[in-house]
Design a protein around this ligand. Structure first.
Ligand SMILES: [Zn+2]
Ligand SMILES: [Zn+2]
Length: 443
């Protein structure tokens, strides 16, 4: 071994050792708890009391912007509608994006919490729509502010740029796309890593679930319209029955999942809505199907999307629908599948293990093909390596009682949804701040 290499190795070794010592010396937990007592607890309650619907997060975005500005970030509002971007520029180095979603849901809250929402917003038809933070996006925004505070307080320990993103309309899988279309990466730079978290009601507080590979499915919302020809219901030979053709399409679509996918690769097709026809004795001239399609890989997604077009067309032709009146298939909303980058996951895991302990991890059992438009931040043409993780939101004792036959912890999108905010916010702030600092070089 020659001398320079030995010296380099020693420096590298000390560098790692110092990074560990520096991190341990940051007291993220103690400081995050103090922040919670001083301001984050009240901020969480403000967000919870005042939810707003997707793309209408006007007051929410204003408050988030104000809090990020107070924390010391350079804030831009109105990115992709109501989106907020807070930049922390702290010398040379990489850029890490941290995303929090901002929207509530059209649900009337029945949680019984002292700070429950009583808010509503006016719908397009003038009706009052009750709104609730029933997915935990209030925790995400509060944690984003907490993370900004901790990163700025520890700015001597890291170097680089942090892009804090308050994203609209996650529940409509449209906000991330809107921010990118409004030039997020052109205006603020392409990040080297993108991080996101979601509170999860089925996970224990104080703990984290993070894994390589798929964390959320793709979602495509499809409007499929079957066209027929009206005639008397007693003389079907004179028309073309759109109800009959649509019914055949609904059944045939399931063959895509059961007969065309590798049985070890997941996919879902759900026809969630079907409307058509006028009356008992009139053949329908139009039936509209609303379909959601889920997949974990782009290949499966494309098999399902192209298969839906083929089956709709093929079934219609089989039943004699004219070439000029074949069904129309339109994708109206979509998000790609979200894949965690293994190298980024390894770094984030190391940081979380150091901050929260090796036993902080739990394995979240994935039991649905839920989607997340965080995927847009990573699945761009720039291909940003990302890590998206879950933070437990329900005390272990409540989960244990539920497992023993007690009342189940209310799940996301329930009017009874409630998470334990203090531990959820503190754990999120600790995990996210530690992850960002681990991804950026030490000063
Ligand atoms: Zn949700
Ligand atoms: Zn959510």
């Amino acid at each position: 071994m020659n001398q320079p290499i030995a010296l380099f190795s020693l420096v590298a070794y000390l560098g790692i050792a110092f990074a560990g010592v520096a991190s341990a010396g940051k007291n993220l937990g103690e400081a995050a708890r103090r922040d919670y007592d001083e301001s984050l607890g009240a901020l969480f309650e403000y967000f919870h009391r005042n939810p707003e619907l997707s793309f209408r997060e006007v007051e929410t975005a204003a408050r988030l912007a104000e809090e990020l500005r107070k924390a010391g970030a350079e804030v831009t509002t109105g990115v992709g509608g109501t989106g907020v971007v807070g930049m922390i520029r702290n010398g040379g180095g990489a850029t890490v994006l941290v995303r929090a979603d901002m929207d509530g849901l059209p649900i009337r809250e029945q949680s019984g919490l002292a700070y429950a929402s009583t808010r509503s917003q006016t719908g397009p038809d003038g009706s009052e729509i009750p709104v609730m933070h029933a997915c935990g996006h209030d925790v995400h925004m509060t944690s984003l502010v907490g993370t900004a505070k901790r990163l700025i307080a520890n700015r001597d320990h890291w170097s680089g740029t942090v892009m804090l993103v308050g994203q609209p309309a996650e529940e409509r899988i449209g906000g991330a796309k809107a921010m990118l279309a409004d030039g997020l990466y052109e205006r603020f730079g392409v990040p080297d890593h993108a991080l996101g978290l979601h509170i999860i009601a089925s996970g224990p507080t104080g703990r984290i679930s993070i894994s390589d590979g798929s964390t959320a499915a793709s979602a495509d919302s499809i409007d499929l319209v079957v066209h027929g020809v009206v005639s008397h219901g007693a003389a079907p030979q004179n028309g073309k029955d759109a109800v009959y053709v649509a019914a055949q399409i609904v059944v045939a679509l399931q063959s895509l999942v059961s007969r065309e996918l590798n049985p070890l690769e997941a996919g879902v097709i759900t026809v969630g809505s079907i409307h058509g026809g006028r009356k008992h004795n009139v053949l329908a001239d139009e039936v509209k199907l609303e379909i959601t399609v889920r997949a974990d890989t782009e290949a499966v997604r494309q098999t399902l999307l192209s298969g839906i077009r083929r089956i709709a067309r093929g079934v219609a032709l089989t039943h004699g629908v004219a070439e000029s009146a074949l069904p129309t298939v339109e994708v109206v909303e979509s998000t790609p599948p979200n894949e965690n980058d293994p190298a980024t996951v390894a770094i984030v895991k190391r940081a979380i293990a150091r901050e929260l302990g090796e036993d902080a991890f739990f394995q979240l059992k994935r039991d649905s093909m839920g989607a997340e438009d965080f995927a847009y931040f990573v699945e761009t043409e720039d291909d940003v390596p990302g890590a998206y993780f879950a933070v437990g939101g329900t005390p272990q004792a409540v989960l244990d009682a539920a497992a023993e036959g007690g009342p189940p912890a209310p799940f996301h999108h329930s009017p009874f949804f409630k998470i334990e905010p203090l531990e959820s916010v503190v754990t999120s702030v600790r995990a996210m701040s530690a992850a960002v600092m681990e991804l950026l070089p030490t000063k």
